[in-house]
Design a protein around this ligand. Structure first.
Ligand SMILES: CC(C)(COP(=O)(O)OP(=O)(O)OC[C@H]1O[C@@H](n2cnc3c(N)ncnc32)[C@H](O)[C@@H]1OP(=O)(O)O)[C@@H](O)C(=O)NCCC(=O)NCCS
Length: 181
């Protein structure tokens, strides 16, 4: 499977993507707001990609490489995780390398992934969460048209600090109402 937007190609992760993703997954500015361990050794990056691919094969997760059309570089990942075929639901997760921040790439990628999830996979609900302090992610979620559903106080603990998490949801009927930038 392959999805295309104006500037991006989205396709399942491949083992060769480890070279592009290793520096991103080891950048503390990227991982600060994620539940990824730091540091993330090269062999674990490859093992993680293999596990994503296996989960993709059985339709449990859709971890898509975000590839820039102009350079062919894999700049990040946009995923539908925790897919439930019973509840027709999934969770959206995304991250990209710092040099590519602030250019609308994740909003562009996630819009396409949501369209794929709702219209091709037949999902009826997608949720997304971010740390309350993650203003960039919160803005992306807002631009995508998610509805705020609540805050889980101190939901996660990282390096001794508890983080509040904002939770958002989108139902299939909401996608037509998703706002523009
Ligand atoms: C969050 C992240 C995915 C956003 O990706 P991106 O491609 O830069 O996002 P976009 O360019 O599509 O949109 C970012 C928006 O946030 C805004 N923004 C960025 N930093 C901001 C800040 N500190 N305060 C307020 N708004 C901010 C941008 O201006 C933009 O909004 P705009 O289009 O209205 O100007 C990226 O920063 C990232 O990978 N961060 C590290 C990992 C992470 O936090 N992942 C999400 C976990 S929930």
């Amino acid at each position: 499977m392959q999805l295309k937007t104006d500037r991006l190609i989205l396709r399942p992760l491949e083992e060769k993507d480890a070279a592009d993703l290793f520096p991103v997954m080891n950048d503390p500015d990227v991982t600060a707001n994620l539940l990824l361990p730091h540091p993330y050794p090269a062999e674990k990056v490859s093992a993680w990609i293999r596990s994503c691919h296996a989960a993709y094969e059985v339709c449990e997760r859709y971890d898509l490489a975000v590839v820039r059309k102009d350079t062919g570089q894999v700049i990040g990942v946009c995923s539908l995780c925790k897919v439930s075929w019973e509840h027709l639901s999934a969770e959206l997760v995304y991250w990209i390398g710092k040099p590519h921040w602030g250019q609308g790439f994740i909003t562009e990628a996630a819009r396409k992934v949501l369209e794929y999830g709702f219209l091709e996979l037949g999902l009826e609900r997608v949720c997304v969460g971010c740390f309350a302090c993650n203003t960039a992610s919160r803005r992306v979620i807002e631009k995508l048209g998610f509805i705020y559903e609540g805050t889980a106080r101190g939901e996660y603990k990282k390096l001794g600090v508890r983080y509040d998490t904002l939770h958002f949801g989108m139902l299939r009927e909401d996608i037509t109402n998703a706002s523009g930038d």
